[in-house]
Design a protein around this ligand. Structure first.
Ligand code: 26W
Length: 828
């Protein structure tokens, strides 16, 4: 497989070849024009940027479909096991650049657009993010979908086609304001509407016994309609399907009512039904226990299981074969209702014995836990489960009882205090349960699932997270990627551990100079962007210190801010002390209902305003809080970062994935021994990682110390000073008491031990100042991080799931000449 780039003669068509479909820029230009004309009905001279963007997307999608059909056909013919990834969230971001890069058509597209008098960057910038997720869990699902395709594993992703993704964040006088996200305002370019794939799903009602058989008499129904988005692999070798369900009314528009002038009532069924897939719940750590959320979880899970059984029964007639043909992954507990629903489909609807139905379902299902935070572990009131899903509540009781019979010594149940504990239910109904980093998996065994681990000692396994190198290195960091490919060839893109081959080149100055140049130019780009977008002038040679993630107390953005305030005061007191200039960059959304997190957002903005206005410290310290953090902003910030802030209270961050993206892009980590930080430090070497703070065990012990916060504040004047400034309203003169909630919490509770870890954090930051002053040494450490972080590829993670959990094989589309029989509907 080679991508042929001929010497560039002006206007000569650029050709790139993928497996038998030579695509020249001229072909692409014609295809773009054809779609603009016949799909969008626009004349070139009348077309807007977004018209051209959609036309280009359709032209690329055309080529993706061929690979898609070939992959589907190969999967069907091979009878191979399929993986089904059920997730409430897929934080996809943009798809145009990703598709171009994976099809190797970037140069051709660039040339075609230039021929049409257009600029590729303008077109790319026009695409809205598909923000169908909150944070880590959703983005992991998106990286996993791309890696499933790249390793050639036949798979479907199943989720919800929210009309409104994660809210847009705006700052009004430094406060977070949420606005509805409306990615569907513009025509979605990548999806195919599947009117022929729709399922009627029911809620409520009651269950009767009829001849010993339970019969569910639901009272409400809604239709789930499928929308498919092809997920293309690196080099277009394979393509899988992301199937997102949209809610529709069983009975549409009520004409009679309309004719009676009851206009709103006539539209009510439609509006009510669509509510289920209307909007993504913006919480990522606190379960709200809202009925609509449970409806959403059942809606997409039940539709997905129906679709999985429909596909299986189209190819097989022995239900007992199901576990060999379908591996169903539950992305956290959000689809955990899959356990009782699968039992209902096998037992109630297909007559399988109950115990066998439970065993068969368990053999298909596996569950990933992404958090140990008690408030994030879903517990549904039994009365709500009973009212909404009466038959499922019965089956949950049967499943729990069956587990009890088998485990007489057990001290655990899925039913407790009138609630259904979805973590325990998912564990009982899964043949494998995994954590997302080595530390997290061990903590699962010793804390939340200790009893279940005792009863099922071989059920919990670890699968440390990963990130896709196509989006997070090749696409986001062109300069670094070009250097890597020039040095070790292009194999690293789908075999990331090849990055280790870079290390022998660290000896020659040439390589490190180019490495440093890539970082320097990425930082210059970001500095220009900050100047234009944020009207913030920063020193592009300063240390770019970046903390980007959801705002949460356990992620300790407020500890970073306290250090920032203390540093500012130290610089102000002694500006000529030879400070390492720093730019502190924050970005992240707070869940709308999370008051403390929103106060942290407000405080960061108010501190930034004061510090950035200080002429004395301006040359040495600037603070920026970038609004509306999303996938696209992460792609812009990570390649320009020098320092990656991974400072969570040890034992709280299940893994982290931003930490991996930063390390791959040559940012050094300041972090605690938490989540995957532990494994990053092990692989890059402790000398190339700035560790600080208490371990998970020390955290538990410290929390037992009465007055631990006051003690720490007493012992550190800088901390005390920064807290006092906040408490006295130095950053909120218009409302001096505004942050008494924050300072009060930190001084008296400080559950996340911000105060007790502060001094160690401060000292680590000063070590970093010193290290950054020696740019050669710093760049060498940065390059080592890149070279030794290849293991954190999501390709490696997916291969782990395939081997240890799904027992699934990778397939290959048979050789050239077999691919492109377009037109034949091959989508199972
Ligand atoms: C019920 C509300 C809710 C919604 C989402 C609770 C919990 C969640 C997610 C599990 C939170 C989440 O995104 N967890 C993050 O998952 C990442 C992928 O595994 C990890 O890298 C992060 O450490 C973890 O916080």
């Amino acid at each position: 497989m080679t991508s042929m780039t001929v010497g560039r003669v002006a206007n000569a068509p650029v050709a790139s070849a993928l497996e038998g479909d030579l695509v020249t820029s001229a072909d692409l230009r014609d295809s773009i024009l054809r779609h603009l004309t016949y799909d969008l009905g626009k004349e070139p001279e009348m077309a807007e940027i977004h018209d051209w963007r959609i036309a280009l997307s359709l032209a690329l999608r055309e080529r993706i479909v061929d690979h898609w059909f070939a992959s589907m056909r190969t999967a069907r013919h091979s009878g191979a096991k399929r993986v089904y990834y059920l997730s409430m969230e897929f934080l996809i971001g943009r798809l145009l650049e990703d598709s171009m890069v994976n099809l190797g058509l970037e140069e051709a597209a660039d040339r075609a657009l230039t021929d049409l008098g257009l600029n590729l960057q303008d077109i790319l910038a026009d695409e809205p993010d598909a923000a169908l997720g909150n944070g880590g869990l959703g983005r992991l699902a998106a990286c996993f979908m791309e890696s499933l395709a790249t390793v050639g594993c036949p798979a479907f992703g199943y989720g919800i086609r929210y009309e409104h993704g994660l809210f847009k964040q705006r700052f009004v006088q430094g406060r977070q304001v949420e606005e509805p996200e409306d990615w569907l305002q513009q025509r979605p370019a990548w999806e195919f509407e599947r009117s022929d794939i729709a399922f009627k799903l029911c809620f409520g009602g009651e269950v009767s016994e009829d001849g010993g058989k339970a019969v569910w008499h639901p009272e409400e129904a809604v239709v789930a309609k499928a929308y498919d988005t092809p997920i293309i692999s690196w080099q277009g070798r394979w393509a899988n399907t992301l199937r997102l369900w949209s809610a529709r009314p069983l009975h549409g528009f009520d004409l009679e009512r309309f004719n009676r002038g009851e206009f709103a009532a006539a539209a009510e069924p439609e509006a009510l039904a669509r509510t289920i897939s209307r909007v993504l719940y913006p919480d990522d750590t606190t379960e709200q226990g809202k009925e609509l959320r449970l409806k959403q979880e059942f809606f997409f899970t039940a539709a997905s299981l129906r679709d999985i059984l429909r596909r299986f029964e189209a190819e097989h007639d022995n239900l007992r074969l199901l576990p060999q043909k379908a591996a169903i992954q539950l992305n956290d507990t959000h689809p955990a209702i899959a356990g009782p629903e699968m039992v209902r489909l096998l037992h109630d609807e297909r007559g399988m014995e109950l115990d066998e139905a439970i065993v068969t379902a368990r053999a298909c299902l596996s569950y990933t836990n992404h958090t140990l935070m008690p408030e994030a572990l879903e517990r549904w009131p039994e009365h709500l489960m009973h009212r909404l899903l009466p038959r499922h509540m019965q089956l949950i009781e049967r499943i729990d009882a069956a587990h009890a019979v088998k485990q007489p010594t057990r001290q655990v149940s899925a039913l407790e205090h009138g609630e259904v504990k979805m973590g325990e239910l998912a564990f009982m109904m899964a043949h494998k349960v995994n954590g997302v980093s080595a530390l997290h998996t061990e903590l699962m065994k010793s804390t939340v699932f200790a009893e279940l681990h005792r009863l099922h000692p071989d059920r919990i396994v670890n699968q440390t997270n990963g990130v896709t190198p196509r989006r997070w290195v090749l696409s986001a960091n062109r300069r670094l990627s070009a250097l890597i490919t020039d040095t070790i060839g292009e194999g690293w893109v789908d075999d990331l551990e090849q990055l280790e081959q870079l290390e022998p080149y660290f000896g020659d100055a040439g390589f490190l100079d180019r490495y440093a140049a890539a970082k320097r130019e990425n930082k210059a780009d970001l500095s220009n962007w900050l100047a234009t977008e944020m009207d913030l002038k920063v020193d592009p040679t300063a240390l770019f210190d970046v903390q980007i993630k959801r705002i949460h107390e356990y992620k300790r953005q407020h500890m970073n801010l306290l250090e920032t305030i203390a540093l500012w005061k130290e610089i102000a007191a002694n500006p000529d002390a030879g400070w390492t200039p720093r730019v502190k960059i924050f970005a992240g959304k707070a869940a709308p209902g999370y008051v403390f997190a929103k106060e942290i957002v407000h405080l960061i903005n108010e501190v930034a305003a004061v510090i950035n206005a200080d002429p004395v410290t301006a040359p040495y310290l600037k603070v920026a809080f970038l609004p509306n953090y999303n996938v696209t902003l992460a792609e812009r910030l990570i390649p320009a970062a020098d320092l990656s802030e991974q400072i969570s209270t040890a034992g709280k961050e299940a893994s982290g994935t931003g930490n991996m993206k930063f390390a791959l892009n040559g940012a050094l980590t300041v972090g605690t021994l938490d989540g995957a930080n532990v494994e990053i430090r092990e692989r890059v070497g402790e000398e190339n990682f700035f560790l600080f703070g208490m371990t998970a065990d020390e955290v538990i012990a410290r929390r037992e110390v009465p007055g631990h916060a006051a003690q720490a504040i007493e012992a550190d004047a800088r901390l005390a000073g920064a807290l006092a400034d906040i408490g006295e309203g130095r950053f909120s003169p218009d409302d001096p008491g505004r942050y008494h909630g924050v300072t009060g919490n930190l001084s008296h509770h400080d559950y996340f031990l911000v105060c007790s870890d502060f001094t160690a954090y401060w000292e680590a930051q000063r070590r970093i100042d010193a290290a950054f002053a020696d740019q050669n040494a710093w760049m060498r450490m940065a390059a080592i991080n890149t070279a030794r972080s290849g293991w954190f590829s999501s390709d490696r993670a997916i291969r782990g799931y395939m081997a240890d959990i799904w027992n699934a094989e990778a397939l290959e589309v048979p050789g050239p000449g077999d691919v492109l029989h377009s037109g034949r509907q091959a989508l199972g």
